[in-house]
Design a binder for this molecule. Structure first.
Ligand code: UDP
Ligand code: MG
Length: 314
C-alpha cells in the first residue's frame, strides 16, 4: 500500500522563540502516526529575527523540513499560498507556528479524511477567552455580516488550522486572486468540511501580529473580496435620496406658490447639505475600496517573491 504524505504548511513571521517548540511538538505527533510520511513547509515571511536561520538549521538535520523564504514580509495570506503551492502531500495541513493550533488534533483530522467522507477537517475555537471584549464583539458582528452578504460560508471562530485533501488544495490554488482572504476562500471552494471544536490556547512565545486596527482593515478586505452588496447599498441609497429630493422639490414648490416664499430655514438646509454630502462621500469611499482592489488585481503582481528555498520544484 502506498504511504500517504502529509504536508504541514507553517507561515512564520518573527517566530524564533516558537519555531523550535513547534518543531518539537509536530515531530512528536508525527512519530505517533507511523503510517504516514510528513513534510514540514516553513514559510519565512520576511522575518526580522532568526526565524530563517532556525528553519535552515532544522532542514539540515531533518530532510522532512523544507523552507521557503520571502524577500520581504508579504503577509500570512501570501505565506499560506506559497506553502500550498509548494506542498507535495496527498493531504495538506495549515497551521500557525505559535502552537495555538494544537498539533495533537492532526491524527483525528487525518482519520476523518481517510474515511473518505470529508474533504477537509477544520478547527473552530469555542471560546474567545483572553481576548478584549470589544474585539470579540466586533469579530462576532463581522462573521454575522459577512455570512449574510456573501456566499463564502465563514464559521464564527474558525481558525485557518485545517487538513485538506489534494483535490481541495488544487481548487484553492486555482483561485489566483491577489487579495487573498483565506477564511473566505476555504469556504468558497466548497467541499465537505468537518468542524472540530477546541478551546482557545494562548500562543507559546512571542506576540500576536494583529492589532485591532489591522483586524478591522482585514475584515473590510474580507467583505470587499467576497461581496458586492456594499456597492448595491450605495446605489440604493442614491436612488432613495433622489426620490426624497423629488418629493422635497414638489413640496417646496407648492408651498412657495400657495404661501409665498419667506426666507428662513438656513440651519435645516445646512443639515441636509452636510448629510447628503456625507452620504455621497461614503458611497464614493465604498466604490473606491472596490476600485483599489481591482487596481491591485489588474496589475497581476506575484503574490509573493522567494529569496531562498530548499524546495525542489521539479
Ligand atoms: N504570520 C505571517 N506573516 C505575517 C503575520 C503573521 O506569516 O505577516 C504568521 C505567524 O508567524 C503565525 C501565524 O501567521 O504563524 C498567525 O499569526 P499570529 O499568531 O500573530 O495571529 P493570531 O494567532 O493572533 O491570529
Ligand atoms: Mg497566533
Amino acid at each position: 500500500m502506498k504511504q500517504y504524505l502529509i504536508s504541514v504548511v507553517v507561515p512564520c513571521y518573527n517566530e524564533q522563540e516558537s519555531l523550535p517548540l513547534f518543531y518539537k511538538e509536530i515531530c512528536r505527533v508525527a512519530e505517533g502516526m507511523p503510517a504516514v510520511d510528513f513534510e514540514f513547509l516553513l514559510v519565512n515571511d520576511g522575518s526580522k529575527d532568526d526565524t530563517l536561520a532556525i528553519a535552515k538549521q532544522l532542514a539540515e538535520t531533518d530532510s522532512r523540513v523544507k523552507y521557503i523564504s520571502f524577500s520581504r514580509n508579504f503577509g500570512k495570506e501570501a505565506g499560506l499560498y506559497a506553502g500550498l503551492e509548494n506542498a507535495k502531500g496527498d493531504y495538506v495541513a495549515v497551521m500557525d507556528a505559535d502552537l495555538q493550533d494544537p498539533p495533537d488534533m492532526l491524527p483525528r483530522m487525518y482519520e476523518l479524511l481517510q474515511s473518505g467522507e470529508y474533504d477537509c477537517a477544520a478547527t473552530r475555537r469555542v471560546n474567545r477567552e483572553g481576548e478584549p471584549p470589544i474585539r470579540s464583539f466586533f469579530a462576532r458582528l463581522f462573521y454575522k455580516l459577512i455570512n449574510k452578504i456573501s456566499n463564502a460560508d465563514i464559521v464564527d471562530g474558525a481558525r485557518d488550522f485545517r487538513l485538506m485533501t489534494r483535490q481541495m488544495v488544487d481548487a484553492i490554488l486555482s483561485m489566483k486572486e491577489y487579495n487573498r482572504f483565506s477564511k473566505g476562500i476555504f469556504g468558497w471552494v466548497g467541499f465537505k468540511t468537518r468542524w472540530l471544536d477546541y478551546v482557545n490556547v494562548e500562543r507559546v512565545a512571542g506576540e500576536t501580529k494583529w492589532s485591532f486596527w489591522k483586524l478591522l482593515l482585514y475584515s473590510i478586505d474580507g467583505i470587499v473580496a467576497f461581496s458586492t452588496l456594499p456597492l448595491s447599498i450605495a446605489a440604493v441609497m442614491g436612488v432613495l435620496f433622489c426620490l426624497l429630493a423629488f418629493v422635497m422639490v414638489v413640496f417646496v414648490f407648492v408651498r412657495a406658490l400657495v404661501w409665498g416664499d419667506p426666507v428662513s430655514g438656513w440651519p435645516s438646509t445646512i443639515c441636509i447639505i452636510l448629510a447628503v454630502g456625507g452620504i455621497q462621500l461614503f458611497c464614493m469611499g465604498i466604490m473606491g475600496q472596490y476600485l483599489a482592489k481591482m487596481f491591485m488585481e489588474v496589475k497581476h503582481r506575484p503574490i509573493y517573491i522567494v529569496k531562498e528555498s530548499n524546495v525542489d520544484r521539479s
